[in-house]
Ligand binder design. Structure first.
Ligand SMILES: Cc1ncc(C[n+]2csc(CCOP(=O)(O)OP(=O)(O)O)c2C)c(N)n1
Ligand SMILES: [Mg+2]
Length: 289
């Protein structure tokens, strides 16, 4: 069996993430692609909890724990003033920190075209504080604040569209089930000047109620069922589709997750229609580009 050489990784074993959590894979791939000349900025989240547990840490690069409203802009400005134009600055935040609490700082940095990379790992709820719904939680999902009988009744925000509308040089979706595509996108973001946004789906066995060996399977199903298409947006208007999904019924993705076990009759079809609708919108944008 081939084992990965951890001497080249910046996120190593010993972190406290739950078994099957996708977030450390998102983070390790990101650090791997960026290399050691990197400073990261992490918001309060599950990621903050597993990376920044003083006096122990599973990471080898400088990382700042920040309140939600902060972004990486200040660190980048400080590096510029010191004449350091080579160090990459990356902000990593969850969906709550991105879609809700930090959206003002995100929008402001995107509008100023600040030269750093923003990674959002989306586990579709406030997981660290106990699985509360966020504006990234999908329609029909159970969370502790959208319990059975009062399931989430709003669609998910389209965060890539929101960021792309700022006409930033580069925005892309990424999946840990497609690591080559993932690493390529991070490297491309590193080599692009200005604001870069990478949006990665991050299945959470605890919050989504699935068995921990299914993380990669669910990540792949999300892409292949068109729930989470892999695409890039250049300068806010040139859309590139990276993979043609097989079009697997969305039911196959949903039924592996206990959080969707309270759906009523007809709900699966309704979700399928919404996924098809969003997919067609994306295809139109790709064709226009
Ligand atoms: C200003 C502020 N509000 C609320 C909190 C409490 N808090 C800590 S982690 C967290 C959840 C963040 O959710 P998300 O960004 O989705 O990350 P996840 O925990 O799901 O990884 C919250 C609300 C905080 N630390 N600071
Ligand atoms: Mg979250």
């Amino acid at each position: 069996m081939r084992t990965r050489d951890f001497s080249e990784e910046s996120l190593v074993f010993g972190h406290g993430a739950c078994p099957g959590c996708a977030m450390p894979v998102v983070t390790r791939n990101t650090f791997h692609a960026l290399g050691p000349d990197t400073i990261s900025v992490v918001t309060a989240s599950c990621l903050g909890t597993i990376l920044l547990t003083y006096p122990f840490s599973p990471i080898k690069i400088s990382t700042y724990a920040t309140p939600f409203a902060s972004a990486a802009s200040g660190i980048k400005a400080a590096l510029d003033m010191r004449g350091d134009f080579h160090t990459t600055v990356v902000a990593i935040a969850g969906d709550g920190g991105t879609f809700d609490i930090g959206i003002q700082a995100l929008s402001a940095a995107a509008e100023r075209n600040e030269d750093f990379i923003y990674i959002c790992y989306d586990n579709e709820a406030y997981m660290n504080t106990g699985i509360q719904r966020s504006s990234a939680t999908p329609w029909g999902a159970w969370t502790t604040t959208t319990p059975a009988g009062g399931l989430k009744n709003q669609p998910k925000k389209d965060i890539v569209e929101i960021v792309a509308a700022h006409q930033v040089p580069y925005a892309a979706t990424a999946s840990i089930a497609y690591p080559e595509d993932f690493l390529r996108k991070i490297k491309r973001a590193k080599d692009t000047r200005g604001f870069k946004f990478i949006y990665a789906l991050s299945p959470c066995p605890v919050g989504w109620r699935f068995s921990s060996e299914n993380t990669i399977r669910l990540s792949r199903l999300a892409v292949q069922s068109k729930v989470f298409p892999l695409y890039e947006v250049e300068n806010g208007d040139r859309y590139i589709l990276n993979l043609e999904p097989e079009g697997i019924p969305v039911k196959e993705y949903l039924q592996l997750q206990g959080r969707f076990s309270f759906l009523r009759e007809g709900d699966m079809e309704r979700i399928q229609e919404a996924v098809d609708h969003e997919w067609n919108r994306l295809v139109r944008r790709v064709e226009m580009g």
